[in-house]
Design a protein around this ligand. Structure first.
Ligand code: ADP
Ligand code: MG
Length: 154
C-alpha cells in the first residue's frame, strides 16, 4: 500500500483531550478518499474526541462533530474530504449487514466508525485506532492496519 500512515504511531500516550485531537489531526493529514478508520475502545475512551480531531485535520469545523448515538451516520462537509461518522453502539451485528457502509466511504470521503466490533464483516484496508483508558486524563492510542490483529470484541 502506498504511503506510510502506519508509521505515524504505535502506541501513543495522550494526556488530555487536546492531545488526542492533535494525534487525530496528524492521522487526518495522511487520509485519502475511500479510507476507513475504525475506532475501538470503551465508552468514554475518546473515540468521538478522536473524530473531532480528524475533522480539524481535514479542515472541517470540529463543532459539527457530535456523538451520533441516535443518528447512525453523520456527514461533515467543507473540508479537504467529506467525513462520514458512524456510531454502531446500538446495533447488533445482523443489523449492520444492510448499511452499505463500505460504499459510503469510497466515494468522496473518509469513513470513521465507532464500535466497529458491531460490523458483521471486515472492511478491507481499514485503519484501526484503538483507544485505551489509562486514567482520568490519559489514553493509550494505537494506530495500525485493522488486519494486524484482533481488536477487543466488546
Ligand atoms: P467515546 O466516543 O469513546 O465514548 P468521548 O470522546 O465521547 O468518548 O469522550 C471522551 C471523554 O474522556 C471526554 O469527556 C474527554 O474530555 C475525556 N478525556 C480525558 N482525557 C482524554 C484524553 N487523553 N483523550 C481523549 N479524551 C479524554
Ligand atoms: Mg462516542
Amino acid at each position: 500500500m502506498a504511503g506510510g500512515w502506519w508509521l505515524v504511531v504505535a502506541g501513543t500516550l495522550t494526556r488530555s483531550e487536546q492531545e488526542t485531537e492533535a494525534l487525530a489531526r496528524e492521522l487526518a493529514g495522511t487520509l485519502q478518499a475511500g479510507d476507513v478508520v475504525l475506532l475501538s475502545g470503551d465508552l468514554g475512551a475518546g473515540k468521538t474526541t478522536f473524530v473531532r480531531g480528524l475533522a480539524q485535520g481535514l479542515g472541517i469545523d470540529p463543532a459539527d462533530v457530535s456523538s451520533p448515538t441516535f443518528t447512525l451516520l453523520h456527514e461533515y462537509r467543507g473540508g479537504r474530504l467529506t467525513l462520514y461518522h458512524a456510531d454502531l453502539y446500538r446495533l447488533d451485528q445482523t443489523a449492520t449487514d444492510d448499511l452499505g457502509l463500505e460504499e459510503t466511504g469510497v466515494r468522496d470521503g473518509v469513513l470513521a466508525i465507532e464500535w466497529p466490533d458491531r460490523l458483521s464483516h471486515e472492511l478491507a484496508g481499514a485503519k484501526l485506532v484503538r483507544l485505551e483508558v489509562v486514567n482520568d486524563a490519559s489514553r493509550r492510542i494505537t494506530i495500525g492496519p485493522a488486519e494486524a490483529g484482533p481488536y477487543d470484541r466488546r
